[in-house]
Ligand binder design. Sequence first.
Ligand code: ASP
Length: 302
Amino acid sequence: MPIRLIVHGGAWNIPEDQQEAHVFGVRKAVAAAWPLLQDGASALDVVEEAVKHLEADTTLDAGRGAFLNSQGEIELDAMIMDGRNLNFGAVAAVQNLLHPVSVARRLMESKEFRMLVGRGAQDFAKREGFTQLDPQALLTERELAFYDKIREDASFQSKAPFGPLPGDTVGAVAMDIHGQLAAATSTGGTPRKWPGRVGDSPIPGAGAYADNECGAASTTGWGESIIKILLAKTVTDFENQGHNAHKAAAMGIAILAKKVSGLGGVITIDRRGNYGWARTPPKMAFAYWDTERETIEAAISV
Ligand code: ASP
């Protein structure tokens, strides 16, 4: 089977002076995870590894460098999904963890529960031996300054980030040598969100979806709109109907825009191994391994 890997680092009007850092981040994630895929690692291992690199990248809104909520705290959401059996693990509103995607993976493997939030998710992470960080460890000067700027701004809206303001959720989709698909998404959510707010990213079918018989997808954007149309599942449903990844991504995004005036982007791989991506915001940071040119293609899509 062909092996494939595509990642994203959010969709918004990424200004020119930030484009290099975004392209660098998504390229680095593919560079780190692609060799594993070549060595025969599972699609699940590879999407987890790629997302861990993106979570550690302070440029992006996941793990370290995430947005602050309205109380000035970081709360992270993540999910991972296995296309072989539709198993998934998801955590939401977790604090003090650098890699929520790995906690989601561990939860998926625990087989008992699929999704944990807040304190329950953190207790699970603790029991499983994940390092509990000092809350300050995930904060960046940039996000503190941004929080100070918007905290009292009465005109600020939660969908603003997907226009001129940042929206840098991360995600990865892979197909391994056995043709298995997997997808993962991780985020700090939207800036100044209400504590406990959960967006699309950890919701199966909204933030990510993977089904070997159809395709796999990871999304980014204004979660309150993406949830309404289950964007990742919508895209893989189109793939199931025979549309290639490119077409299916465009069709999903068209529904997001038309039906719910939504804002967002998606990356996907269909069951035949085609890549696809589409978005409503002006730009999206993404990278994939180009199997024809045998190199990483990393770009800000315009
Ligand atoms: N989709 C994420 C959320 O609404 C944010 C993003 O994609 O940047 O939580």
